[in-house]
Design a protein around this ligand. Sequence first.
Ligand code: GDP
Ligand code: MG
Length: 163
Amino acid sequence: MKPVMALVGRPNVGKSTLFNRLTKSRDAIVADFAGLTRDRHYGNAKHGEHEFIVIDTGGFEPTAESGIYKEMAKQTKQAVAEADVVVFVVDARAGLSAQDYDIANYLRKLGKPAVLAANKAEGMQEGPQLAEFYELGFGEINPVSAAHGQGIRSLVDAAFAHL
Ligand code: GDP
Ligand code: MG
């Protein structure tokens, strides 16, 4: 069985773009509209010696009471349950949000291995700009640019270090 990686994060952080980058496909829906990808989405990925399955998810809002957000949260929870490792995606440009803390707490409760990816980090260095994300308590921050294909290999290596 190939290991399974789930991409989790609030809407619009770039999960589907990262999914496309990891799977080199155009399968996941990428949109300028927050939360368009509402279904779990599976893809094959191969990076160096690492072969794995990636699951893209819709947005995750564990405190939402009803409607599409609740459904998206349910699907994300299923994806996390299936995953061997979670890539928790945050938006390096937008900075920390309340939803990021909710997701962090949720993942911590499950005790699922997780690595933090600070996406949209093209042109940023690890350092002061990204330091606030240490607050989430997931240790090392992996700066990536899904759109520009930067930091992907290091992120995959970091994820596999948890397996
Ligand atoms: P999702 O809702 O988390 O799946 O996010 P999407 O993958 O649909 O991306 C949301 C928006 O962020 C889109 O406009 C993307 O083009 C943009 N985006 C994704 N990755 C990057 C990146 O690495 N850098 C920048 N600047 N924008 C990105
Ligand atoms: Mg999406």
